[in-house]
Design a protein around this ligand. Structure first.
Ligand SMILES: *[C@@H]1O[C@H](CO)[C@@H](O)[C@H](O)[C@H]1NC(C)=O
Ligand SMILES: *[C@@H]1O[C@H](CO)[C@@H](O)[C@H](O)[C@H]1NC(C)=O
Length: 436
């Protein structure tokens, strides 16, 4: 390092200079301007207090390339070197007792005696003579650099951002980065400031990327109608489907593992023995045939399309009659159009036990029917006995007698009941013993 050759102590320098000074002839031409009791203020380079004679101060000025004038005070042996003279700034020359002000020009010393710094080789830096007679420039930190402080110090500036690099994810939201360098300009090696952050961002910038949604299942579509197996009621199966959204591959993409369909899932269709009833007539066994939807908890009618005598027999038997009677009752159709028609195209083979097990178009799959087309039935009504009355008391209070009971033919049936209306039973009461 250059600093190793520096003579750091001024004292040492001064004593050596005295020696050198002795070897050369120094000329001192007194000035032809007022200099006694004057001092130049405001251009100080440096000062020192061990200048035993004005010529020592003069030589220091000659040795310093920047020195243009100096102030000397004999009383304190103070030497002040100035970088300007009163020719540069007349007003800077002020009165001050005990001082003497002199310009560099008042002195002369051969060049070789002045040392390496006398020619002011450092420009904007400070020259320091080294022990081997050479010089070293000390530059103002952060302002000048280079061997002779000739190069302005450059502070760093950011270059342009590079392109955004790849996103961290292929779907959903990820992050990507871009980079820049402190190279516009690159800071000087000595004294150049590095680039500063801008809004907390240095050389890396991050941003959200890729807002393409990841594949995922769509909602299941609604279940299909519960399809009963062999009949139109009872246990059945149903199915539903879904799709993988956003170009996903089902059972491959993580968001879409599983099946696209669910089929054959057990379900309960309408009960096979949903109740039937006859309405709209006061005559027993007659009326508009209604059927109960146990899923919607609602009664409704049946359209007479394809309704055959087979169907009528099954419906009547299901309601407890022996079958259907010939003819159709005349009943005022239901006027409420919002009242549901539940079945149409009911076709029974004749062996079915309930109407629901016959084929039909499906519950509520009714087209082209109005309540004018509702099935109305007249079921065959057998004359029916009413309940037996309780047995009467025994006809005798002592010995063997009879008990009787009676029944009446149901007046709603309109026919003749087969069988007897009276019934008797022998009885014996054991109250003949006089001892009792
Ligand atoms: C400088 O000041 C000293 C002390 O006040 C005085 O004795 C001397 O005469 C002055 N010299 C000049 C040239 O005015
Ligand atoms: C010294 O600095 C000034 C500005 O401060 C500049 O104009 C001048 O050129 C510099 N001198 C040298 C020798 O670099």
């Amino acid at each position: 390092m250059k600093t190793a050759y520096l003579c750091l102590a001024f004292m040492a320098l001064a004593s050596r200079q005295m020696e050198v000074f002795a070897m050369y002839e120094m000329k001192y031409t007194p000035p032809n301007y007022p200099s006694e009791n004057k001092t130049l203020v405001g251009f100080l380079i440096r000062s020192f207090d061990y200048s035993h004679h004005v010529t020592v101060c003069g030589k220091a000025c000659l040795n310093d390339g920047k020195c243009k004038s100096f102030n000397y005070k004999e009383e304190t042996t103070t030497c002040e070197l100035n970088k300007a003279s009163h020719l540069d700034s007349e007003s800077a020359l002020e009165d001050s007792d005990g001082y003497i002000y002199l310009m560099r020009d008042a002195f002369f010393l051969p060049a070789e005696a002045l040392g390496a710094c006398a020619s002011d080789p450092c420009g904007n830096g400070t020259c320091q003579e080294t022990c081997d007679g050479k010089f070293l420039c000390v530059c103002e930190y952060g302002v000048w650099t280079g061997d002779i402080c000739e190069t302005p110090v450059v502070h760093g500036g950011w270059g342009d951002w590079g392109l955004w690099e790849g996103c961290s994810v292929s779907c959903g939201t990820g992050v990507h980065y871009r980079f820049r360098q402190c190279n516009n300009p690159t800071p000087s090696e000595y004294g150049g400031r590095a680039c500063k952050h801008e809004n907390n961002v240095m050389n890396v910038d991050a941003e959200k990327c890729n807002t393409t949604p990841c594949p995922q299942w769509a909602m299941w579509e609604p279940w299909s109608i519960c399809q009963p197996g062999h009949t139109s009621c009872g246990l059945g199966t149903r199915s539903r489907m879904r799709s993988c959204m956003y170009d996903g591959t089902p059972d491959v993409d993580p968001g879409c593992t599983g099946s696209t369909t669910e089929t054959g899932v057990p379900c309960m269709s309408r009960d096979c023995d949903v109740p039937l009833k006859l309405t709209g007539s006061s005559t027993y066994g007659e009326g508009i045939l209604e059927i109960y939807d146990n899923i919607r908890d609602e009664w409704g009618t049946i359209c007479d399309t394809d309704f055959s005598s087979h169907d009528a027999n099954i419906a009547c038997r299901q309601m407890g009659f022996s079958g259907s009677a010939v003819g159709t009752p005349t009943i005022t159709p239901i006027s409420d159009t919002s009242y549901p028609i539940l079945l149409s195209n009911v076709e029974c083979t004749g062996s079915e036990v309930t109407l629901t097990t016959c084929t039909h178009n499906g519950w509520r799959e009714v087209t082209g029917c109005s309540h004018d087309d509702d099935v109305a039935l007249k079921c065959a009504v057998d004359a029916r006995w009413g309940k037996w009355s309780p047995w009467s008391l025994c006809s005798l209070t002592c010995g063997a007698g009879v008990q009787t009971r009676t029944r009446v033919c149901d007046p709603r049936s309109g026919g003749t009941c087969i069988g007897v209306a009276d019934d008797t039973l022998e009885c014996e009461v054991d109250t003949c013993n006089p001892e009792i």
